[in-house]
Ligand binder design. Structure first.
Ligand code: MG
Length: 218
């Protein structure tokens, strides 16, 4: 069982499923050659893929293009299904910064064949997560800076207001399709600037006032 750590709190959440949103920043959708979506595009990762920042990202040997995606991550606090925007917002307990590590070469191959992305998104250590900050500690303004650097060089640099679908819109949409439960995580998509990392690279990711993480690819 994976546990979500909470800043300044002894509260713990057993992590359930991880729902991820793709193409949620216009510039990133474009850099991968996609249209801007009309509704949130969902896929999932297993909880077994999660690691905290002090653990390394293990580069799978069947890929030559491991890429970083820095994302705002939401922690769900209650069971919800078919809720309005306000109830969706209310179901979010807090926020963290996460990495949705992706095997871009494998993903491109799977997309071409019309096959599921599983192998490219679900490998062990593909989901890095910082401790969560609860909403009663910090209320998201919505325009916080989101950045990622590799070996001290900035690769992703944006703000959360560039998201196409807001956190509440995303939660409302997901809960219109499947049940969300306490302890579920939602990765909300990455801004432009995704790029390859190799063994030895040190990744530092940060969302202003929410959290930061540092990890290494081995
Ligand atoms: Mg992503």
């Amino acid at each position: 069982m994976k546990i979500a750590k909470i800043k300044n709190s002894t509260k713990e959440y057993e992590i359930g499923k991880i729902v991820c949103i793709g193409r949620n920043y216009t510039e990133h959708a474009k850099e991968l050659g996609h249209e801007v979506p009309e509704f949130p595009m969902m896929f999932m990762k297993p909880a077994s893929a999660l690691v905290s920042p002090h653990k390394n990202i293990i580069h799978p040997d069947y890929s030559n293009d491991l890429q970083h995606e820095v994302e705002l991550v939401l922690l769900i606090d209650k069971t919800i299904r078919n809720v309005n925007r306000e109830e969706a917002e209310d179901a979010v307990a807090g926020y963290a910064v996460g990495l949705d590590m992706t095997l871009r070469d494998i993903q491109t191959e799977l997309k071409k064949k019309g096959m599921p992305w599983t192998l490219s998104k679900c490998f062990d250590t593909s989901a890095v997560i910082s401790p969560f900050i609860l909403k009663n500690e910090y209320t998201l303004r919505g325009n916080e800076k989101i950045t990622l650097e590799v070996n001290g060089v900035i690769r992703q640099d944006s703000t959360l207001d560039k998201m196409i679908f807001s956190p509440a819109q995303i939660v409302e949409y997901i809960a219109s399709k499947i049940t969300l439960e306490k302890g579920d995580l939602i990765y909300t998509g990455t801004p432009a600037g995704v790029s390859r990392v190799i063994k030895g690279d040190v990744i530092k990711a940060c969302i202003e006032n929410v959290g930061e993480l540092t990890t290494q690819v081995i």
